[in-house]
Design a protein around this ligand. Structure first.
Ligand code: SF4
Length: 151
């Protein structure tokens, strides 16, 4: 993963110490991060680097900053929106939401990507792996409340 990052995880922390927030917020690092938590688990200083990556993502999405990896940012936002609404992920609704957020619908239609996605979706639906009607999780209200308190 680090191969695709502008800043390596330890450089992210160093940048914060040096007050270089702006450079970080315009970098690709947090969008490349897969939240695997290896860095946080192995950090000799107990720094929650993974949590900090999430903090950077949310900072960008709540501000007027253009994310460097727009598609990953759109996916992240679609994921969070779905959790906020239903307390869990409904893949069908989330992917529809992501598809709308990422834009480029016409281009994807013309180059066949949309058709391939729909074919895959239909196949998953046939196998019972895709539920078009979302169900709320038992703790959906608490999850919504957590999102409210976070703001
Ligand atoms: S959680 Fe840490 S180790 Fe895992 S991809 Fe993100 S920065 Fe890299």
């Amino acid at each position: 993963m680090t191969y695709f990052m502008d800043y390596l995880p330890h450089e992210v922390i160093r940048s914060v110490q040096l007050g270089l927030y702006s450079e970080l917020l315009h970098s690709s690092t947090m969008w490349v991060c897969s939240t695997c938590a290896t860095c946080a688990t192995r950090c000799p200083n107990g720094i929650d680097v993974t949590g900090f990556m999430d903090f950077l993502k949310n900072k960008i999405l709540s501000g007027n900053i253009q994310p460097k990896q727009k598609e990953v940012a759109a996916f992240h936002q679609a994921f969070l929106d779905e959790i906020k609404r239903h307390g869990r992920i409904n893949e069908f609704v989330m992917m529809a939401h992501f598809s709308r957020k990422r834009g480029g619908l016409w281009k994807r239609l013309m180059d066949g990507e949309l058709k391939a996605d729909m074919k895959l979706g239909l196949e998953m639906f046939r196998k019972g792996r895709l539920k078009p009607i979302p169900k709320k999780a038992a703790g959906a209200a608490e999850v919504k409340d957590m999102f409210k308190r976070r703001r």
